[in-house]
Design a protein around this ligand. Sequence first.
Ligand code: ATP
Length: 305
Amino acid sequence: MIAAPAIQTSSLSKYYGRTSAVQNLDLVVEANRITGFLGRNGAGKSTTIKMLLGLIRPTGGDGTILGRQITNPELNRQARAHIAYVAEDKPLYRYLTVAQTVRFAAAFYRDWRCDVAGKLLREYELPLNRRVKALSKGMRTKLALLLALARKPELLILDEPTEGLDPVMIEHLMQTIVARAAEGTAVFFSSHQIAEVERVADQVCILDRGCLVLDRSLDSLRESFRRVDMVFPVDVVEREFQLPGVERIRANRRQMSVLTSANAEGVIERARAFNAVSLEVAPVGLRDVFLAMVNGLESAIGKEN
Ligand code: ATP
């Protein structure tokens, strides 16, 4: 049986005054996978997550989360009982100690697992009697993560979970995310750590200026994205290589590098027609795909080089 999507949106949009934060978002997050949610600063990731959780109201469109309509406050509240969420700003009660915070959460959530909480407390080495306001930024992130990871939710939503964490903690978190997914929890997490997303995610969604510009499985991305590097006997104009499936072209007189999401064969054929003296085709990583799909940065990098 195919499980219903954990998240599904249709034309979901948000304006803050005249600022368009999210535009006509059609997003499907499958239940049985880890989905990485990428985008530049201000792309609209947190705004999307807050709309999904009913924390802010969409300007247009709607969707479902765990099968419940997101714009219906009662249904959204029911869904949230099965969702663990770590917000970008990791809000916690400043005057509670670590131990008090954990006890408070344990009493609050039905799906709380005391054994897991105890294990994470030991592994995260959090000072039990220290107040939240006296914790370092990374410690606060660890505590916020612990409160989500000690539960057994149907859906785990993490908004920039690695911010402020040291490399050991990032590694631990990635392993925990994979373990939770193996237990059947759907994971949806936003991150700027492209290498980590590439390592653990099954699916990648890229948001750019509020629009979804990529929604692909990492397997299909690895299979279909290619970089074609070419050298020609004479200068060649970019226009000749603007073919279907071409996402980015970098040209420098006789050299050209083309990134394709499909149809690398078409580019190779065109290269041969222009008598390329050198032709190399290579698979590309998520970082290159990200840089090709988002606006702004690419032209800035191009100018510097
Ligand atoms: P980052 O990676 O920097 O956290 P993000 O992808 O999470 O960014 P959002 O926080 O969703 O981006 O912001 C999307 C856009 O909406 C930005 O232009 C931001 O300035 C704007 N925005 C977000 N919250 C508000 C708000 N409360 N009032 C007005 N504009 C807002």
